[in-house]
Design a protein around this ligand. Structure first.
Ligand code: ADE
Length: 424
């Protein structure tokens, strides 16, 4: 940031900066690919003179992305992409030590969250990093005149991509948007291994229950659901999958999971986790049918997957039992425990995905921003994927950082692969 630029902020406590610094540096040890992009950005300054908003979970991993973007020369504002996901010490580090304007407080109200969104848009960015689609949706609804100035945006998550597809279909997406989530080096790793591990981490930190021997119901068998199911099985859970997509359901069957309807699963489940992106996928009828003491949580982007309003209508009292664990005492005399207020449990009660996978996700983010700038004026309005070579480059860099060597095709093999003459 230029010396004359003031650092704006609304954060919990600036005095947490030195703690935040340690957390950010610890994460950096597992983010070598992003570090190499940062070094390269520092030399080539591809973002020089650009204004950028990043609406992300404000974590140690995001701080490392922000440092890379700053090294690239942009002026950035960070805002939270979820009211419960901010690491307050990291926010303090970003402001005090990194000089990056940051507006994010763990536990902020919806009003504060919305205020920060608008404050960031008033900064009139050239580029937007979005996680869930709230910045773009607010821009289209309330700041349409800004669209002309925007070079492009990037989107981190499945839910955001779904919203961008709807915008594209409705003909209202006015600039290129890079679907970072669709890169193989993003969703195959972050969504599967990241969500898999961090969701169980969130459930464990919130409840301290033993997973071994429990029946865990995963609602949705996308990349995130696959990851949660795999890790839960590894921890000794009996895993049940519920799905609406017959192909995914069949895949889950052949992976060896029990597959059934959600209402059937209420008879067996000790723990329910939603990862669908869908509205009220756990509805009142399911909540009322669950076993006494069932634990319910969500690891999808928004807090709309569990019908908490319906649950409240059937509840006598709600009590906070532990941080991020609320007991709903139901009128039918059973209890249901809701974790993290139905917000993404991996970031509410734990620290989100570990840096090793965020390294790949945020390397994709940084390169997507560079790609938008390099191709400014050449890309059509609408959703774009990053070129496939970037996936190969990033996985190559990650393997090198892990000191893992792989084989190469010989010339003879290449000739064979490119010929059609030789068969049986
Ligand atoms: N999304 C999931 N985990 C995350 C993390 N650790 N940082 C930023 N965004 C995330």
């Amino acid at each position: 940031m230029p010396a004359n630029q003031t650092v704006g902020y609304e954060i919990a406590d600036i005095n947490l900066a030195s703690l935040g610094k340690k957390r950010v540096e610890w994460a950096a040890r597992e983010m070598p690919v992003l570090a190499s992009i940062r070094d390269n950005f520092a030399k080539t300054r591809p973002l020089a003179g650009k204004k950028l908003i990043a609406c992300c979970h404000i974590t140690a991993e995001t701080a490392n992305l922000a440092l890379a973007l700053k090294a690239g020369g942009c002026e950035a504002i960070l805002i939270a992409s979820n009211p419960l996901s901010t690491q307050d010490d990291v926010a303090a580090f970003l402001v005090k030590e990194a000089g990056i304007s940051t507006y994010a407080i763990k536990g902020e109200s919806t009003e504060t969250y919305n205020k920060h969104l608008r404050l960031a848009l008033n900064f009139k960015p050239d580029l937007i990093i979005d996680d869930g689609g709230d910045v773009i949706a607010t821009l289209l609804n309330e700041f349409p005149e800004q669209a002309k100035k925007i070079i492009g945006s990037t989107e981190e998550t499945t839910t955001g991509i779904t919203r961008l597809h709807s915008m594209e279909k409705a003909g209202v997406l006015p600039f290129p948007a890079m679907a970072v989530n669709d890169s193989l080096t993003k969703h195959m790793f972050d969504n599967r291994y990241g969500t898999g591990q961090s969701t169980l981490d969130g459930i464990i930190r919130a409840t301290n229950i033993l997973l071994a021997g429990k029946t865990l119901v995963v609602v949705g068998f996308g990349w995130c659901g696959r990851g949660i199911a795999q890790k839960a099985r590894g921890m000794g859970c009996q895993v049940i999958i519920t799905e609406i997509d017959p192909i995914k359901a069949l895949e889950a069957v052949m992976e060896g999971y029990r597959v059934m309807s959600l209402i059937e699963a209420t008879e067996f489940g000790d723990i329910f986790v939603t990862v669908t992106g869908g509205y009220h996928v756990i509805d009142t009828e399911h909540l009322m049918a669950m076993k006494d003491g069932a634990i319910v949580c969500n690891s999808g982007h928004f807090d709309i997957e569990i019908n908490l309003e319906g649950l409240k209508e059937n509840t006598k009292s709600i009590e906070e039992i532990r941080p991020f664990t609320q007991e709903y005492k139901l009128q039918n005399n059973k209890s249901v425990f809701v974790l993290g207020e139905g917000r993404l449990i991996n970031l509410a009660a734990a620290e989100g995905h570990p840096p090793c996978v965020m390294d790949l996700s945020f390397a994709n983010q940084a390169l997507a921003i560079e790609y938008l700038i390099k191709n400014n004026g050449q890309l059509k309005a609408g959703l774009h994927k990053l070129p496939a070579e970037i996936d190969f480059e990033l996985s190559d860099l990650k393997l090198k950082a892990l000191n893992i060597k792989i084989d190469k095709l010989t010339e003879e093999m290449k000739v064979y692969n490119n010929s059609w003459q030789s068969g049986t």
